[in-house]
Write a protein that binds this ligand. Structure first.
Ligand code: PMP
Ligand code: GLN
Length: 417
């Protein structure tokens, strides 16, 4: 095999999605909604395939189906307060995954350092490595808080001095993710400003993964780092149609940024994937056109979905507390993580026979799947090898689920406590 894939063969999604299916669990593991996408989006997809314009079943423009890049440019231009050119500032990809892959392949060279904030969406690390780069990790740290309230993802912060110490001559880029997977942290403007200042001072690129941009709770605001002064020229923002319309299987994503960076992404894309399926792009385009008309209004899906999810988040939080776990209430995103360090021995009876080499949270996740029929994801999988052992007592739960799924999970948690 090629050297660039050395040591990258393990993948948590492959491993735990297989187990979740095999054991027929209540699945709060992999992040996807188990409810239907909105009708207007589904109907647009059906029409794209079976409607009068049969050409929507054929190839389209390599760098993005024209209606989609047009509406994305219009939509994000409005949100960012800047003119975005559909042909040079937007690239449509096969999910946010491919946007990330193109970013690293196009802009990271052998020996370049890329700063990754822990906990991070797991694919950043292998993607940096496949490009020949070196990941440099900096953790979010839990600040001291009074014990009389639930913890929030906002209690996890970057230490500015520690972050500054990671910038070297070899630093090419930093990747951020807001709202964050798995913690649910939504970066505040001041926090992003610290990152932006460092990027400008050290002439470093910023890759901003904002796939959960619509999903912020409790009145928090999603701030786009590309909109801070001096950042547009050095930032690529990644989004996801699957996350926007609760249709993760559609795999339509995008990268938005300045032409001098995006032209290199287009080079990778045209020589590898070429283009994302036309009908899925057409459906996402129609979805954004509908949403553009009602942006900020009560009838907007991007207004309604977070309201609905906040209720689901609160429901799962209560169930976890009742079972003796300590959830960290997320400010945004699909997930919450919960501390399992305080569970009693009678609650988790790990057999001596299981894989002792696995981290504690991996063993608990496997035990929960096999013995309780509940799927979750071990949070140490979102940490680098060096730091896993310090963060092996959290499980990640996805709450973007039908109420009946949450009821089934509550029942398991109750019996478990
Ligand atoms: N970034 C983050 C933070 C994610 O959680 C995911 C998972 N969906 C992706 C990127 C990939 O998104 P997509 O499904 O659009 O490829
Ligand atoms: N982003 C989703 C999650 O974190 C799915 C990831 C995947 O399937 N590779 O669960």
């Amino acid at each position: 095999h090629a050297r660039r894939i050395e040591g990258l063969d393990k993948n948590i999604w492959v491993e735990f999605t297989k187990m979740a299916t095999e054991y027929k669990t209540v699945n709060l593991g992999q992040g996807f909604p188990d409810f239907s996408p909105p009708d207007f989006a589904k109907e647009a997809f059906v029409k794209a395939i079976a409607g009068e314009n049969f050409m929507l079943n054929q190839y389209t423009r390599a760098f993005g189906h024209p209606p989609l890049v047009n509406i994305l440019a219009q939509f994000f231009g409005k949100l960012q307060g800047r003119k975005i050119d559909p042909l040079t500032n937007v690239l449509v990809t096969v999910g946010a995954y491919e946007a990330l892959f193109c970013i690293f392949q196009a802009l990271i060279d052998e020996g370049d350092e890329v700063i990754i904030i822990e906990p991070y969406f797991d694919c950043y690390e292998p993607m940096v490595k496949m490009a020949g780069g070196h990941p440099v990790f900096v953790p979010l740290r839990l600040k001291p808080v009074k014990a009389d309230r639930l913890l929030s993802s906002g209690d996890w912060e970057l230490n500015p001095a520690e972050l500054t110490s990671k910038f070297t001559k070899r630093t090419k880029a930093i990747i951020i993710n807001t709202p964050n997977n798995p913690l649910g942290k939504v970066y505040r403007q001041e926090e992003l400003q610290v990152i932006a200042d460092l990027c400008i001072q050290h002439d470093v690129l910023c890759f901003s993964d904002e796939v959960y941009e619509w999903l912020v709770y409790d009145g928090n605001q999603h701030v786009r780092i590309a909109s801070l002064p001096g950042m547009w020229e050095r930032t690529i923002t990644v989004g996801s149609g699957g996350k926007s319309f609760s249709a993760t299987g559609w795999k339509v994503g995008w990268a938005i940024g300045p032409d001098h960076l995006l032209k290199h992404l287009r080079n990778i894309h045209q020589n590898s994937v070429y283009h994302c399926p036309t009908a899925a792009q057409e459906a996402v385009a129609q979805g954004f056109m509908t949403e553009f008309e009602r942006l900020g209004r009560a009838d907007s899906y991007f207004t309604q979905l977070p309201q609905q999810l906040q209720g689901k988040r609160d429901r799962l939080t209560r169930a976890l507390c009742a079972s003796g776990l300590k959830p960290i209430v997320p400010e945004g995103g699909y997930f919450l993580i919960a501390d399992i360090a305080n569970l009693s021995k009678s609650q988790i009876d790990l057999p001596d026979s299981d894989d002792q080499d696995d981290a504690f949270d991996y063993r608990v996740v496997k035990w929960l799947i096999k013995n309780k029929g509940l799927s979750t994801i071990p949070v140490s999988s979102f940490y680098s090898y060096e730091h896993k052992k310090d963060f092996d007592n959290y499980l990640r739960f996805c709450f973007v689920k039908e109420d009946s799924t949450l009821t089934a999970a509550e029942k398991i948690l109750k019996e478990w406590s």
